[in-house]
Design a binder for this molecule. Sequence first.
Ligand code: HEM
Length: 413
Amino acid sequence: MTAELTIDELHEKYRLDYDPYHAVPIAQHLAELAERRQTMPVSYSARGKGCWVLTRYDDIASVLRRNNRGFISFPNDPDGQNSQGSNDGMIPIEIDGDRHKQFRQLLDPYFSPQKVAEKEDTLRQWANRLIDGWIEDGRCDFVNGFALPFPGVTVLTIMGWPLEDLDLMNDWTSTLLHGKPGGSPEEQMAVRGQAHVDMRAYMLAMIERRRGEASRDDVTSGALNVEIDGKRLTDNELFDMFLLMMTAGLDTVQSVLCQSMVYLARHPEQWDKMFEAPESLEPAIEELLRWCAPAVPTRNVVQDVEVAGLHLPPGERVHFPLAVANRDPAVYPDPDEVILDRVAKPHLAFGLGTHRCVGLHLARLELKIAFTELHRRMPTFRLAPDAEPHEHLGLAWGTDNVHLEFTPGSRER
Ligand code: HEM
């Protein structure tokens, strides 16, 4: 413990600034973080309002496990202000303690392995319908033709919302998360603001409509009927939760699909290896999840805690890309290699502790269906030479602009 140093002295001693939005490729950023792990595994970045940056699997896992015990998740942002700029935590990811537990009791049953398995046939049909949209062309815009709409359909299904609203929802979510490609900061703010307004109007209308209808077995009815702290949720709270469902459910799956397909295009032998035996696919998906890990959580210290031997007082913030935990060589030998049958300690792509991903069974099912149907209908593919994939960091790391080429196939519907 280093209780003898004041927090200001600790800041100074461990100072190594860090930019979560650094405009570099993911591999380069991970290489920089690997170096940081070697030279200063726990460091303090004075950028913005300041935060500690963790790089070791064990330190990150330890903080995640201690949510509600010295740490809380609000605001879940390295700059100390949640992405909506609001003092209300996003539901449920920035809510802690007993209130958070009540939200999980509401949501968990809709995301159990049994419940999500009921969606398998519908989702498989949708995966094929999307593939039908481009399979005859021998070329596809993978993001807009699959990686974004497929998780979009999935979330709409789980919410019980009309699937014909898919394009609307995808447009809004994508704009909200990534703005307008190439736009100025002012344009980005304007288009994001408009997407937020439009999505809010849509969701409030949906809430109103569903209040007037009989209850169904879906997240929307569950949220309308539940009492949290003895009270029904307000329209604002319902909107917050539904919005998070969209953003958390779309961007993450899109990222894993896109990062994986770019990797597989560059390592075509791995595409067949994933399907070598019926039991090969599951560990292969876990390995791709480990390798891709898009989420980047932050935790806030609310009572004296110890992090990697340092004593941190309330008010400090701890930030950690989960990909950096998943690439820790102390846990995963050759961490940057995708070893599809790797036998390893569980990865942290879905987080850990009280906020561990609600949608993890659903996400695994989506990835299983997506890879299986894509492999069946597109046994070989490559990156289109005229469109270079583009990667982004931020609060969910990902890849955009993925265009694939393949031997044309036939539509199935
Ligand atoms: C590959 C896909 C996915 C990945 C990698 C992923 C990752 C994560 C991670 C790391 C967290 C915890 C963040 C933290 O501790 O701050 C989380 C939370 C969450 N995820 Fe996912 N997620 C995925 C898919 C989904 C899907 C499909 C849904 C729902 C449709 C979903 C809904 C949520 C929700 C609601 C939370 C908040 C849970 C809470 O605060 O208790 N996620 N996710």
